[in-house]
Design a protein around this ligand. Structure first.
Ligand code: F6R
Length: 258
């Protein structure tokens, strides 16, 4: 696990956008795994800027999002379909037919989850997966105690996750209870993973993910077992790491960019 500790949130975001753009330059037809949430908004804004500056094209890429709420139609303003169109797809050269999310309003959500997993496998699995981090350790919507080998399926959201996402809805009660999410096993098949977290509110879970035991109690800790993960954090999110000095010594270039 490569741990890159940035002085600020802004440079952490630039770093993630840079890694993403670099991968697309190297392999324009990369299968991308995309995330939503507050953390990713700044990354997508940066990617749009890179695209507009002619430094990044997504024209040949395909993308699969991590998750979608069960019961929300793609045009619902709180759906992740809507989020992706607003925050990224409408502003870059991604072809709509190459962007995939689970259908939250599918008549049979379980069958939809199976179909989505098969579509990811059919695409050859994810090349570069972007991840945010839930305060309870979730990745995608794989809540604590999720099977570390799971595939795309329906998960019941915890009260704390619904609470954290209630800001996007009119009220807590409007936040769906269920989501279709890529499984942890699905995510772990990605060739490369870049996880971004910032802010003091994530410090405790960042420490558990990087330095804690690998445990379904903190699903993100399974990333310790992945062969190519880059964790990009700011100083606030790094504040509870025991080996912070070590990570900074391994990657001094992060703090003193050339
Ligand atoms: C979103 C997702 C979630 C978020 C996580 C962090 O597609 O899969 O795992 O990445 O809940 O959310 P924010 O960034 O809002 O703190």
């Amino acid at each position: 696990m490569k741990v890159l500790i940035h002085e600020t949130q802004a440079t952490a975001v630039d770093c993630v956008a840079g890694l993403f753009a670099e991968r697309l330059v190297k392999q324009p037809d990369t299968v991308l795994g995309l995330a939503t949430g507050g953390t990713m908004e700044a990354v997508y804004a940066r990617l749009i800027a890179l695209h507009q500056a002619g430094q990044m094209s997504m024209a040949q890429a395909r993308s699969f999002n991590l998750d979608e709420y069960v019961g929300l139609r793609p045009d619902h303003p709180c759906s992740y379909w809507y989020y992706m169109r607003e925050k990224l797809f409408a502003h870059v050269d991604m072809r709509p037919e190459n962007t995939f999310l689970p259908c939250g309003d599918a008549a049979d959500p379980e069958a939809e989850a199976d179909r989505y997993e098969a579509a990811i496998v059919g695409a050859g699995d994810i090349g570069l997966q972007l991840l945010g981090l839930g305060a309870n350790g979730h990745i995608g919507f794989n809540e604590p105690t999720s099977s570390l080998a799971s595939h795309t399926r329906i998960k019941t959201l915890t009260h704390s996750t619904r609470d954290a996402n209630a800001r996007y809805f009119d009220s807590f009660d409007d936040v769906p209870r269920l989501a279709i999410t890529m499984g942890i096993g699905t995510i772990m098949r990605a060739q490369e993973i870049v996880l971004l977290a910032f802010g003091e509110g994530k410090a405790e879970v960042v420490a558990k993910m990087i330095e804690g035991p690998v445990s379904a109690a903190c699903p993100a800790s399974v990333l310790q077992m992945h062969r190519k993960v880059t964790v990009v954090i700011d100083e606030a999110a790094a504040s509870k790491l025991s080996l912070r000095d070590y990570y900074e010594a391994v990657h001094p270039e992060v703090r003193a960019p050339k």
